[in-house]
Design a protein around this ligand. Structure first.
Ligand code: 1HN
Length: 348
């Protein structure tokens, strides 16, 4: 491969003349924007300990009233991108959000898509598009692009959840904005009940249009039972994995990020191929070791319950359940739908 000319190789008066016309020579930057063989992700394999962040999040509850925060969140920021960029990867944002008993996080809607994975506490709820979604540990609740959402809390203990948004991508697209709204009127209806049975789809006959997102809450009890059933039914199956889907389309639950539930059998090692999208792992139950062959520095994380880590794309990842006596249950998010839709998805 050729050494390409550098900017410094060009005479200063020529460089000044280019600059005055808003012109830039490509060749000094060509290798940086188009590296040989594979990308050089800025995303670094990074882990966040729940035990370490929890006291700081609770402290935020004392320091900043909800009225001064709207959303009381500590962002899980990837140092490879710079903490101020508030991104976990190129397209993913992660944050741990705290809602205290009696608090209300007011209604708004925005262009980025969000999901919440409930980490701790009972009694809180999110109202999405008029549907009241109770929050329990391990539940996944969608707030897809454009849908009104607000959070309330009728319980007596702090509630914490992990927010996953495609904010970095939507912001990069210069398409990120929000609109505030009044408290939503709660409408009857529970998508998670009408879509509780796989393979049986409610079929509109008289209605003109059905909802684009008919299922907003994926209860953990259902996902956990489905994982155990799958593992039991297929004892030789290596990757016991479910995808959170939109039951009406069979496609991914949201447009840009993909969401999955994984089970590792006791002692199981699961070697995942290098895939182009970055990924996030969050331990719902049990323990998990994550080995990432990050080109910057290989990482080996020991994750406990409620811990979260991210890994860049194009790197092999090995998941290990270190426990001999119990399965590990893991929530995973990645950028697959985005890569697939854009035609850049790769498995190496
Ligand atoms: C947001 O709307 C929520 O509604 C949480 O709970 C985190 C991060 C960035 C932008 C919007 C929420 C967010 C957010």
């Amino acid at each position: 491969m050729n050494e390409l000319g550098r900017l410094e190789d060009l005479p200063q008066d020529y460089r000044d003349a280019l600059k005055a016309q808003n012109l830039v020579p490509l060749w000094p930057s060509l290798r940086a924007v188009l590296p040989p063989g594979k990308p050089r992700p800025q995303t670094r394999a990074t882990a966040w300990s729940y035990q370490a962040l929890r006291p700081l999040l609770l402290q935020a509850g004392e320091l900043t009233p909800i009225e001064k925060a709207e959303r009381r969140v500590l962002v899980l920021a990837n140092p490879g991108h710079g903490l101020e960029k508030m991104q976990a990867s190129a397209a993913m944002y992660l944050g741990m959000q705290l809602l205290l008993p009696g608090e209300w996080a007011p209604s708004h809607r925005h262009t980025p898509n969000a999901v919440r994975m409930i980490v701790e506490g009972e009694g809180a709820y999110t109202t999405v598009d008029g549907e009241k979604c109770p929050m329990s540990r391990g539940d996944l609740i969608l707030t897809p692009t454009g849908l009104w959402h607000e959070h309330g809390h009728d319980g007596d203990q702090p509630v914490v959840w992990l927010d996953v948004l495609d904010l970095p991508l939507v912001y990069y697209m210069e398409a990120s904005y929000h609109v505030d709204g009044p408290r939503q009127a709660v409408k009857p209806g529970h998508g998670e009940r009408t879509h509780a049975r796989g393979g049986l789809l409610p079929t509109p006959v008289f209605e003109r249009s059905s909802k684009a997102y008919p299922m907003l809450r994926y209860p953990w009890v259902e996902a956990r039972a489905a994982l155990l059933a799958l593992a039991d039914d297929q004892p030789a199956l290596e990757a016991v994995q479910l995808t959170y889907t939109n039951p009406a389309t069979g496609g991914h639950a949201e447009n840009i990020l993909g969401f999955y539930a994984l089970m590792l059998r006791p002692g199981q090692t699961l070697a995942l191929p290098a895939r182009s999208p970055a990924s996030v792992f969050h331990v719902i139950e049990g323990a998990l070791e994550v080995q990432v062959e990050d080109p910057h520095a290989p990482q080996h994380f020991q994750l406990a319950e409620a811990d979260t880590c991210c890994a860049p794309g194009y790197t092999p990842i090995t998941l290990i359940n270190p426990r001999a006596d119990a399965p590990a249950f893991v929530f995973m998010a990645d950028e697959s739908p985005l890569h697939q839709k854009l035609g850049v998805y790769e498995v190496r």
